[in-house]
Design a protein around this ligand. Structure first.
Ligand code: PLP
Length: 218
């Protein structure tokens, strides 16, 4: 675990009023525990089974974020405890999260994942799909979810100006949709190890950082 990188990230995030989501996928529970000892509470995972194991082994006050594509039939396993799901990429998934949250008598925080990258990416909502969901939220069709904002992944490129344009676009969509639908979309989950500085300057409120903190994944 890279303590210096963590301290540096914390300082940068504090300057921008943003939060670190430590992406611990593929890393052992011991690595998470080390960061926990330094005060980190928000962790991100992308596989349900791995998350289940870590959730059972680690302190119960960890706030778990799901950041990767989530299958509908797996929602039931994490619904009792998950803190936030960043990767909502279909209306069907959102309906399932809502019904599983209801069964657990709780509200689950979610973000809509929007396709902002130029490259062909598998997951994420188009503008049209997102707008139809926003209308449903407006009409209170998912009473057990709390829509907190948007998530996006930029194109995997070394061209940071392109990355900046994509993050700015997501921030602009947020502003526009807040106006159009009169909803508070205060969270913008954008930025990873390679582009978090660009994301912070574009208004990110949550950076999802893995390799910078835990080392590269093999
Ligand atoms: C793995 C992953 C990250 C973290 O990536 P790093 O480059 O290791 O910081 C962030 N977001 C998502 C959706 C991921 O799958």
């Amino acid at each position: 675990m890279k303590i210096n990188a963590y301290q540096k990230l914390k300082t940068k995030c504090a300057e921008h009023g943003a939060r670190i989501i430590a992406v611990s996928k593929t890393k052992p529970a011991t690595a998470i525990a080390e960061l926990y000892e330094l005060g980190q509470r928000h962790f991100g995972e992308n596989r349900v089974q791995e998350l289940q194991e870590k959730h059972s082994q680690l302190p119960q006050d960890i706030l778990w974020h799901v950041i990767g594509h989530l299958q509908k039939n797996k929602v039931k396993y994490i619904a009792p405890y998950v803190h936030m799901i960043h990767s909502v990429d279909s209306d069907a998934l959102l309906r399932r999260i809502d019904s599983e949250a209801a069964k657990n008598e709780r509200t689950i925080k979610i973000l809509l994942q929007i396709k902002i990258a130029q490259e062909d990416t598998k997951y994420g909502l188009s503008i049209t799909e997102a707008e139809s969901i926003l209308l449903n939220v407006k009409h209170n069709l998912y009473p057990n979810i709390e829509l907190c904002g948007l998530m996006g992944m930029a194109t995997n490129t070394s061209d940071l100006e392109q990355v900046r344009a994509e993050f700015n676009y997501l921030a602009q969509l947020r502003d526009q949709w807040e106006d159009t639908y009169n909803l508070a979309l205060s969270e913008l989950s954008m930025g990873m190890s390679g582009d978090y500085e660009v994301a912070l300057s574009a208004g990110s409120t949550m950076i999802r950082v893995g390799s910078l903190l835990f080392g590269t994944r093999t």
